[in-house]
Design a protein around this ligand. Structure first.
Ligand code: TXA
Ligand code: MG
Length: 337
């Protein structure tokens, strides 16, 4: 059994990290699976516990900017981003100093991902441990990222020393990843810090839209793997299609459907009158939808009666870019037509 640490027992959690063990930690985005970034044996345990492919590098979580300086060169662009967005949901890829971090952390790349999370308990944990903490999302590889302690324990109980509890995470989708090691800064993964936000600090930011081909090396290795997918098929529903979805569900009264939509879509389309529909609300906008998305997918994944999940699509602008990126992956890019 893994221990649940709280505000009073952060020191114990830090001792576990120092001893080379795994402790899951809260951030503003999702829970991370923490280990001492300077201890190669400990970092290897992270890959094992998650079942994560070893070529997928980890994010190094730091308590402050000075902790980055030990491992990477902070150029002008990096400094500007850190000043404006840290602590916060922005992960910055930087060229590292020779041999500063083990291959296990970087996947053998000459860059590494750094992030200063906006969570007081985790900042305290990193300070007490005295080392930066690597942390992929604290889920089994391929499953939706955890936004609650119960999600972490569902996937990792008994495989980790413990989890530091800070309730539900606020944002619900993982941090924006920006690579500034090349000529033009490039968003490798969309998140709550949008391209528009980044353009307030940098003159040019690109978003690679193309899919990674079989023999191509992706910029963010994590992008090539199947992700966030429950065992039921997920369909993305555009606004004008809800009436058709309603008819489909109504005409198959012996099948059970999962529905993830705003309260407005739910009530205005009469879904509350269908007894074969299980509903998980997405709140009322794209921000609450991002917050609820992974919990909804996980809840339906635990329910064997559900074979199909219908989830609301949002415009791909601002936070909608990150939300749709996760939803498309969980559905294998399948829209209800
Ligand atoms: O919000 C978050 O970022 C959460 C919390 C726990 O901080 N962490 C998280 O970690 O989502 P993870 O490991 O699930 O995703 C990190 C992504 C992966 O797609 C990985 O391939 C990419 O960042 N990445 C890490 N190091 C990289 C590097 N040097 N170059 C390019 N991509 C990198
Ligand atoms: Mg992840």
């Amino acid at each position: 059994m893994s221990t649940v640490f709280n505000e009073e027992t952060i020191q114990e959690a830090a001792n576990q990290i120092k001893a080379g063990n795994l402790v899951a930690f809260p951030t503003e985005t999702v829970y991370g699976l923490g280990a001492d970034a300077t201890n190669e044996t400990a970092v290897k345990k992270v890959y094992q516990a998650k079942g994560r492919p070893s070529d997928n590098p980890l994010i190094v979580h730091v308590a402050d900017v000075s902790q980055v300086e030990k491992y990477a060169v902070i150029n002008d662009r990096a400094r500007k981003l850190m000043d404006k967005f840290w602590p916060g949901p922005l992960t910055i890829i930087l060229p590292i100093k020779p041999n500063a971090l083990s291959k296990t952390v970087t996947g053998g790349l000459n860059t590494a991902a750094f992030r200063n999370p906006a969570n007081k308990k985790t900042i305290e944990l990193i300070k007490l441990a005295g080392v930066p903490i690597v942390g992929p999302s604290a889920n089994t590889s391929g499953k939706p990222s955890p936004t609650k302690v119960e999600h972490v324990l569902h996937d990792l109980d008994g495989k980790i020393a413990g989890v530091l509890d800070d309730g539900e995470t606020k944002i619900g989708v993982e941090s924006t990843v920006i690579d500034i090691s090349g000529e033009i800064p490039s968003i490798l993964r969309p998140g709550a810090i949008t391209r528009e936000d980044l353009l307030t600090v940098l003159p040019n930011v690109q978003t690679p839209h193309h899919k990674v081909g079989k023999n191509e090396i992706p910029k963010a290795p994590g992008m090539k793997y199947k992700h966030y997918a429950p065992s039921a098929q997920v369909y993305i529903v555009k606004d004008e299609k809800w009436n058709e979805v309603f008819n489909l569900m109504k005409n198959k009264p012996n099948e059970v459907f999962g529905l993830m939509a705003t309260d407005k879509i739910y009530s205005e389309n009469g879904f509350d009158k269908l007894s074969n529909v299980k509903f998980k609300t997405l709140g009322n906008d794209v921000s609450s939808a991002s917050y609820h998305l992974f919990d909804g997918l996980r809840t339906f994944d635990l329910d064997d009666s559900i074979k199909e999940i219908y989830a609301q699509g949002f415009d791909e602008t601002k936070l909608g870019v990150a939300y749709m990126n996760r939803l498309k992956k969980s559905s294998g890019n399948t829209f209800f037509e």
